[in-house]
Design a protein around this ligand. Sequence first.
Ligand SMILES: [Zn+2]
Length: 246
Amino acid sequence: MKHYCLCINCLEADNTSLIWAVGEVESNLLAICRCPNGHVQISGLQHDLFDVLFTSGIDAYRKGFYSESVMSFAASLERAYELFIKLNLFKTDIPLEIIDKFWKEIEGQSERQYGAFCSAYLMTVGEIWNADQNQVGFRNKVIHKGYIANSKKAKEYAEYIIGCLNKIMKAIKENFAEQKSPLYFHIKNLAKREVEKALKENPGAKYSADSRPSLLKWNNRNHEDATFEDALALAERFAKIIGEQI
Ligand SMILES: [Zn+2]
């Protein structure tokens, strides 16, 4: 996934200059970006992984890669399940290091993760999580059978996913307010070593913590349901800003 950050070096040389450095985001949410003037910048995304994957899905949809958008939306939901499971465990005072070890046992098996999430959700919210089997079937056809999604189907799937994510984000804000920040910083600390390595491998590079507005309104203090249309419009606006600058 492409990533854009404002070049600090260019900004320091001329504080009116807004030059964008471009790179690719990896799973550790770091991107090694380069500006047109040759400056290198290690950009660390401040969002949670599920939020970044959702943005990736919206970007793919905007560009007409509908099947690819479905894959990113599906991945986003699975990473939201992961966050919810970990927060639920952390709330019972299980140390984060133990939670990391526990996760390794189910890391490669999405069905086990889904089972853990359904239990955690019922325990926390008191309601049974119901997946829409039509949408699950559609996702499986795209991911496992090479089914090519059209815009209509991909949009319906995106709306289903955003509905699921809204429910999960609301439940997190209402139930895990105290656990959210420590877990977030725990995950970011794990990436610190990789930042140091990237800085060593790219002499002269600078580090920046970056974020573009969450299309899911995840960083809003109070919960507000995100919509597909709003997410699309926000992504379009950001694309225009970037397009004007490059
Ligand atoms: Zn620069």
